[in-house]
Write a protein that binds this ligand. Sequence first.
Ligand SMILES: Cc1ncc(COP(=O)(O)O)c(C=O)c1O
Length: 423
Amino acid sequence: MSDSLEFDRRHIWHPYTSMTDPLPTYPVMSAEGVRIKLSDGRELIDGMASWWCMIHGYNHPKLNAAIEQQLKKTAHVMFGGLTHEPAIQLARTLIDVTPEPLQHVFFCDSGSVSIEVAIKMALQFWAAQARPEKHRLLTIRGGYHGDTFGAMSVCDPISGMHERFSHVLPKHIFVDRPRSRPDEPLHPADIEQIERTISKNHRQIAAAILEPVVQGAGGMWFYAPAYLSHLQALCRRYDILLILDEVATGFGRTGLMFACEHAEVEPDIMCLGKAMTGGYLSQAATLTSSRVAEGISADGGVLMHGPTFMANPLACAVAQQSIELLQDDTWRSRVAAIESQLDEELSQYGGHRAVADVRTLGAIGVVQTHATVPIATVQKIFVESGVWIRPFNNLIYLMPPFIINRRDLHQLTSVIGRALDTL
Ligand SMILES: Cc1ncc(COP(=O)(O)O)c(C=O)c1O
């Protein structure tokens, strides 16, 4: 293994790392349920659900079987000019489980690409209505929508990991992230800023794009659902499309199937990814309404996107099975139980000298520290304590698979305390 690790260190980029001074990596042999087994035999309780997608846990027999069965038929076939039952079935299911106006599905390879497609839909829609001046996007600071260029242009312009590209990114319109927390009434300043910005710029704005209720990688911030309802009303009044990025929040993470349900908001365009395939394969989807889908072609045009691995049959088959697992409603009580345990066990850190804030929502628990967390050192403490938690910036957070039991979750929350004591 040491040879392989050395090769990995010298030749393979890991996310957001340097090739000359990489962060350490831990070799994985296998994973089962909520446990990741390292090559040296150590087992780690997974608090990350592999960046939030592995909601049913690893090596799930039904998800494995869905892929195995599809594999006997075909692993992949192009989607240009051909179609197949796994894609048709999954599209039916997605249309069924998402808000009613969303009737048309574009399959794509990743969450970032689903954002690119959503942006194209919005721009093409207005161009086809002979309103090409509507070409800018409105978003809130603190967002994260992915690493491709269109997605980067609507990430937080400073903290959004992409500051170094700001000179080449299109300039969109940003307002402050809502300060109103989920259980608070809307703060007048949130309302005032968004109303003022929209009334001044609406002639240029094609769409508002944001993560509903939970901003993930941009800072793990939770805000009042009422903000979304207010924004939807403004979008309707001023002829602006509403794009909701449910890549991180979709499929149960916040306690409801989609985070927009907290506000009973129905977007014009919705992006899905991550947990859609139960975390098994990279596949995402952008859904839209008939108004937008038909509007895009009002000038005879077509939606200009078509990735090679669009609607990959293995990914569609496993996504269908993953959503079927959610149709049995036990995930709701599991997520509710995770939420109350996280609430109870993380709130004890609220008074810790290193801690600035503690917040929980659904199966998400966040401990925000005053200082940046030294990732390599803290990661080592976590691994030595038998857990997998990956902090970033000043955030130590948990987003475990929904199947985690009380004892394992308790182990995760306790080890966070141990790490905090070292800061
Ligand atoms: C809200 C949100 N949108 C989009 C993305 C990008 O997804 P992907 O990493 O699959 O490209 C992410 C990834 O973390 C995300 O959290």
